[in-house]
Ligand binder design. Sequence first.
Ligand SMILES: *Cc1c(COP(=O)(O)O)cnc(C)c1O
Length: 395
Amino acid sequence: VNLMADAPEHRPATRVIDVGRGASGTSLNPPIWPTAVWQSDGLEAAHRGATTIRSGQFYGRYGNPTVRAFEEAVAELERAGLPDIDAMAFGSGMGAVTSTILALCSAGSHVVAARQIYSGTLAFLQGPAARFGIETTFVDSTQPGALEAAVQPGRTVLVIAETPSNPRLELVDLDEVGSIVGPFTMIDSTFATPLGQNPLAHGVDLVLHSATKGISGHNDVTLGVVAGEADLIAELWSYGVLHGATASPYDAHNALRGIRTLHVRLAQQTGTAQRLAEFLAEHPAVSAVHYPGLAGHPQHDLAKRQMREFGSMLAFELRGGRDAVASMFTRMGVARCATSLGGTETLMTHPATTTAVSLTPAEKDEAGVSEGLVRVSVGLEDPHDLIDDLSQALR
Ligand SMILES: *Cc1c(COP(=O)(O)O)cnc(C)c1O
């Protein structure tokens, strides 16, 4: 599928308005197809539906036109001028992660993964994947060359990294990952969104998003998506149709609506995140701020090289540890205590008690999850209100 090959390359703000409309006819919005089944026009058509890769209108698990519109939109935003880029949606980000790993790996396969990855991905690699004989080597992906050095030629099937990473906003050099020869490479780009960076342009094979987050942007969707070369995505489809982490057309529709405002949301949220990070960096109760847009971020130059926007996510550490975090959370009036990210509401998370709770103390140390660490997903509130509120809560 060579999506919109002849379309002129518009700027991102225009492209998010254009994408995913290919099959909606005269309906301005892609319609929702609330059906699990399509009627076949005789045996030949039924046979085609049952045997064609990505057959569109056969059975819900095989595909749905609303989901397809969402997939085409993401493929178009991620393709970065490359030909033959396609995407596949899944019922959640973890549905995308697990389906991709199980589609590409077999018993005896070796995976190289960044230590700085989403806790669910980490738990899957350490638990079920290991149980099925898929062995993973975890490395510190902020160290130049570390991912490549862990590759075992002929045995490593997949390299997985995340940038910026959860929860400390550490970056992975996309050019380095893209230049790894042999295994498939996959970047979880959830924190950046398709407008913040395009890993495929750096030679990476697969880019993955939890579309539950910034892509949908309103905390009303559970959805995942993977983009890459059409042949490879077809392989994921052939496995995914059996795995069954199928995306809902309702979620795909909400996600498409989210994409229309992704550019303005990301620009606004990035601006507020930068101001919040600068405010926190000056605050006496705060010992560290992690935001790629700060000149003091250890990988600020890399961020400038590979990111269009520094994004809506930041983290900071309170000198007072867990007690200080607990008392700040009870005093906040604008930011909310909740997990997840990328939506319109500013959400704060204490990773040590929530997203990283399953890690051992040693793993928490390695991941930099201290008792005073707070992760912030910056929303669309007025930055003055956010800073005033945080200021009084910290006092
Ligand atoms: C949330 C998240 C996931 C998992 O996505 P779900 O939609 O919750 O299944 C994967 N990676 C990152 C970076 C995430 O933030």
